[in-house]
Design a protein around this ligand. Structure first.
Ligand SMILES: C[C@@](CO)(OP(=O)(O)O)[C@H](O)COP(=O)(O)OP(=O)(O)OC[C@H]1O[C@@H](n2ccc(N)nc2=O)[C@H](O)[C@@H]1O
Ligand SMILES: Nc1ncnc2c1ncn2[C@@H]1O[C@H](COP(=O)(O)OP(=O)(O)O)[C@@H](O)[C@H]1O
Length: 287
């Protein structure tokens, strides 16, 4: 028996963490060469996709400060239509939980969920390789969400090798500000010359040896991030994700994470989540 094509899909768009982030150089086009470990969280946005038989892409609700034509979900949908000549469309409802400009990759993850979800809804049958290549045109963090495996990443984050990392609980703090990625990468004092290491070496040291080269610069530029790092770091090993603004602490158990959550001062937005080596998006699509 063949199954009827789906008219509707509800899919997660998980957050990512950069468990390690080294900046090893700067390319001629100004972009920085990174080495990073990406891992997913069991926390994120949700996209509700409903098939339309005209070619319209309608997104609700609009994100504050982001015109729909700039929204990575809409851009991903239009790119898929342009690449494949598909004349179908979609009504897309976004439940936004991830703070924007938080270093959790929310926009990139939304884009990846739109690419994989619409490929399924429109029955395009594109390969993951092709979707990852399309995704890279939208942003350096999109391919890891398309591939859905925790990864060692190089280049600007597009050369990916799947890895199995420890999967602790994390407590995440948002200090209430948005960090401009461009301002961090443009800062003269940013560390840009960390010697490259092998993936084996990065994994050998394990979590206690991991750090983020953006942290000193983000601390200096944003005192709220420095305060949050000091507060969280006094209770558990804490780091910045991406260029911030979110920071995360690693805990050994859900109970410990819960106890730390109960202590968090009201000036921070916080949540706890588990690290995952398989994206919940892929787990949902396999069901
Ligand atoms: C640093 C990372 C690590 O995961 O995460 P986030 O903090 O953004 O989540 C990403 O590589 C961020 O990639 P992406 O999110 O695509 O960056 P964009 O917004 O396009 O970058 C804004 C600006 O930052 C600079 N930029 C960005 C990435 C990079 N590898 N080198 C750079 O120099 C460029 O000047 C670029 O114009
Ligand atoms: N669907 C989307 N969700 C979030 N941000 C988006 C989206 N589409 C476009 N953007 C733009 O991308 C910027 C970076 O967003 P986000 O991915 O949340 O942060 P980060 O790259 O720090 O993890 C936002 O400030 C916003 O202007």
């Amino acid at each position: 028996m063949t199954t009827a094509p789906r008219q509707e899909l509800v899919l997660p768009a998980p957050a990512k963490l950069n468990r390690l982030l080294h900046i090893i150089g700067r390319r001629e086009d100004g972009y920085h060469e990174l080495q990073t470990l990406f891992q997913f969280l069991d926390h994120g946005d949700t996209l509700h996709l409903r098939l339309r038989d005209d070619a319209e892409i309608r997104l609700t609700p609009a994100l504050p400060g982001v015109p729909d034509s700039d929204n990575l979900i809409v851009r991903a949908a239009h790119m898929l239509q342009a690449e494949t000549g598909c004349r179908l469309g979609a009504d897309i409802h976004l439940t936004k939980r991830l703070p924007m400009g938080g270093g959790l990759g929310g926009g990139s993850s939304d884009a990846a969920t739109a690419l994989l979800g619409l490929d399924r809804l429109w029955q395009l049958g594109l390969s993951i390789d092709r979707l990852a290549t399309l995704g890279l045109r939208l942003g350096a963090d999109v391919p890891v969400f398309v591939r859905g495996r925790a990864a060692w990443a190089e280049g600007v984050g597009e050369r990916l090798t799947p890895v199995e990392l420890d999967t602790p609980w994390f407590v995440l703090l948002h200090p209430g500000i948005e960090v401009a990625t461009g301002a961090v990468f443009g800062a003269p004092e940013l560390t840009r010359d960390t010697p490259p290491i092998t993936m084996a070496r990065a994994l050998q040291g394990g979590a206690p040896s991991w750090r983020n080269d953006c942290e000193a610069t983000v601390r200096a530029l944003y005192s709220q991030v420095a305060d949050a790092l000091d507060w969280l770091g006094s209770r558990a090993p804490a780091m910045l994700t991406g260029t911030g603004a979110c920071i995360f602490a690693r805990l050994d158990s859900e109970a410990e994470a819960g106890r730390l959550m109960a202590e968090i001062p009201g000036r921070y937005t916080a949540f706890m989540a588990r690290g995952l080596n398989l994206s919940p998006l892929h787990a949902a699509l396999e069901r």
